[in-house]
Design a protein around this ligand. Structure first.
Ligand SMILES: [Zn+2]
Length: 264
């Protein structure tokens, strides 16, 4: 016997009994009346709808479902460059990090966001790989905070792919923050820029062309990464929670050192 299931993206499909989601099976067994209510959830700068199970009958037919689950879905257009003759081609820089997946599928490590002075402003866990969608969502989340209203430049080692991702019309005006990121300067740091070979990238992500970065230490993240690598021998065998706790603790101490003028 099959049951028609309404999924959280608004689609319906027939599912064999025995293959139904466990929660749904339990409710069916209970024999009670139930309905679903669409609840909008905002997380990591993205909107998504989740269906919440509620007991009792409902006459509410006004539940709406979003068919677009946010700006986090990567698209082929993300790394396409439009040439002056109208042709499209892929970005040539082989710097995309979403392709390098971590052996541990639960976590790929952390994304650290830092001010040029060395103060770490945010740490976020990355899953599976350092994908553009995760990096973009974390930047979006950070920039929603009014404390970052005056931030105008993002320096990132894979700036070209991030910039193309941010400028994709699919997502660049979905939220006020997305529109702001679209207009921001997204530049590669000086250390990694030599790996960026694409002409579009040399023109649009060059740190030497940025007036904002003239006297800025763009290597601040690379220096922090090099200092953090001292801990790799002890973090290698740590579980996810111990690793995250240690990183938060160590980086908090690092911030205190930076503020008080101590250098590692
Ligand atoms: Zn590039």
């Amino acid at each position: 016997m099959r049951k028609q299931v309404l999924w959280s993206d608004g689609r319906k499909s027939w599912v064999k009994e025995g293959r139904l989601p466990t929660k749904l099976e339990e409710v069916l067994k209970s024999g009670k009346d139930f309905h679903h209510r669409a609840v909008e959830i905002k997380e990591l700068g993205q909107r998504r709808i989740e269906l919440k199970l509620q007991f009792g009958k409902t006459n509410d037919d006004n539940n709406t479902y979003v068919h677009n689950s946010g700006f986090g879905i990567e698209s082929v257009e993300d790394s396409l460059i439009s040439e002056s003759d109208g042709n499209k081609r892929k970005l040539l820089c082989g710097t995309e990090k979403g392709r390098h997946t971590c052996k541990n599928s639960r976590t790929a490590g952390i994304l650290v966001m830092e001010r040029p002075c060395g103060v770490v402003v945010n740490i976020k866990e990355l899953f599976s790989s350092e994908s553009k969608s995760q990096v973009y969502a974390h930047i979006h989340n950070l920039l929603e905070n009014p404390a970052f209203n005056s931030t105008s430049t993002i320096c990132y080692d894979d700036a070209c792919h991030l910039k193309k991702f941010a400028q994709n019309p699919l997502r660049c005006d979905q939220t006020a923050v997305a529109a702001r990121i679209n207009g921001m300067e997204i530049i590669c740091d000086r250390f990694h820029f030599k790996n960026h070979i694409d002409a579009w990238c040399r023109k649009n992500c060059n740190p030497l062309d940025s007036a904002n970065l003239k006297l800025v230490n763009t290597e601040v993240c690379e220096q922090l990464f090099s200092w953090l690598s001292k801990f790799s021998a002890i973090t290698k065998h740590m579980n996810r929670w111990r690793f995250l706790f240690l990183m938060v603790y160590v980086l908090d101490n690092h911030n205190e050192d930076v503020v008080s003028g101590v250098f590692h």
